[in-house]
Write a protein of this length. Sequence first.
Length: 284
Amino acid sequence: MQTSVVDFAFSRPAPAAIAGAGYVGVIRYLSADPAKAIDQAEAAGYLAAGLSIALVYEDGATDANGGAAVGAAKAAIAGPELDALGVPAGRPVYFAVDEELAASLYPSAFACVETFARTLGRPPAVYGPRPLLAYAAARGARYLWETGASSWNTGAEPPDVQLHQLATQVVVDGATVDVDVASAADWGQWPIPSPPPPPVTGPTLEMNVAIHTVAVQTDGNGDGFVETTIPWSQYVAVAHEGTRDAAHFAAGEAHVAEVGGRIAVSVTGAVRQGVAVVLVTALG
């Protein structure tokens, strides 16, 4: 089941406000810049509020272009920060590649990501545009976080992308933050999630459901976001019918997340501005 988390760099919304807005966790930075990096007291506040934490490393958006040498240098900065935070072994640190880089730079970018992870003794994880995620996944990257810059996200999405950053930002406790949809139980967070319970077999359960048509106004990039009044506890499934303007019809992707106990719907990559029609199936 999908849940929503937030990420931010320099702002510091209160943990209670984040949890109160319906988010289940945060993604915070490791960095050479102390103003950007999470510290032990900040992490303790999130955990006390019942929020999970995942980490991403970034100093400059194009650092990964420097290859393995940069990965090793950044790991030397991240290592002591991880030790101070007490991050459990096996939890990844996403390396941020926040640019639409040319395919010729994929090998050097992945060398940076892979060396960074190997030096820290953690699984490879990358934040970036979809084509780079596909390249990294084919070479063993285990944790993938897709940027919200939808114009960069061309081509087929690789399987098992744990996080999708939305193009739409929100304000929490006076701070502007990014919203991310976690589509896997394990999105690199700690506390480490418990394994799912074994499937329960038995008689077929019949349910009464209703299909709700949700209209989502999309921008010029084909992205949109709307909160509904449908309780999250009634969510069953979502389907994107497509985005239509005066003369055209375009496909895209629809996602749902919990915001304040209600279902929120986002549409990405619908190509054009218009109104996206999303069908949400919920318990009747």
